[in-house]
Design a protein around this ligand. Structure first.
Ligand SMILES: Cc1cc2nc3c(=O)[nH]c(=O)nc-3n(C[C@H](O)[C@H](O)[C@H](O)COP(=O)(O)O)c2cc1C
Length: 168
């Protein structure tokens, strides 16, 4: 198989956030896809089972999605994409609001956000595919959105092994 074919797939970049009891977790993902366009659209997101965010999402059944803009820098992406929420609160020092569902939403370098309930999950080997139903959403900035391609080719960012699209 020619794995370079997979590099032709395109994505955006997002920070997903969740909370169960007093524990907050959140991480960078590129795997957010709108699946349906009904009154409450369904969305898919794929999260590595070793990420703390996966564990907390399974308990919380709620998750919010911040659509990152091109203003996102490596400090933000490094914090949410390369560190674990297990013993570190990534919210400290990061602009955020609390959503209508009680879950924090990252507003730093964010073009729009979506609040969602987790309505199903599918085992996908190393990852879990979560099926979400949107409960609220808002556009908060006109800044252009950050794409995976821009992250790699302009920001020169790296992708850690737990991402869905990592390749050595
Ligand atoms: C550009 C980029 C894309 C990523 N995409 C995903 C993804 O789609 N799914 C995933 O589970 N992790 C992805 N990650 C990795 C997680 O953000 C990373 O493992 C994070 O440290 C997990 O934090 P947590 O343990 O607090 O959940 C990505 C990271 C980066 C930098």
């Amino acid at each position: 198989m020619d794995k370079s074919a997979f590099f032709k797939l395109t994505y955006g970049l997002y920070i997903i956030t969740t909370k169960y009891e007093d524990h907050f977790a959140g991480c960078v993902v590129n795997t957010v896809v709108q699946a349906t366009a009904e009154e409450r659209p369904k969305i898919l997101v794929t999260v590595n089972k070793e990420n703390n965010t996966n564990e907390v999402m399974k308990k919380s059944k709620k998750v919010n999605i911040s659509v990152l803009s091109k203003e996102a820098d490596m400090l933000l992406i490094g914090k949410f994409g390369f560190r674990s929420s297990k013993d570190f609160n990534k919210l400290n020092g990061t602009d955020h609001i609390i959503g209508n569902n009680g879950i924090p939403i990252i507003t730093k370098s964010t073009s729009a956000y979506i609040e969602a309930n987790i309505i199903n999950e599918i085992d996908c080997g190393t990852h879990t595919v979560f099926i979400l139903e949107a409960t609220d959403s808002k556009t908060i900035s006109d800044a252009p959105v950050l794409t995976y391609d821009y992250y790699h080719n302009v920001i020169k960012g790296k992708t850690p092994p737990k991402a869905s699209s990592f390749a050595e």
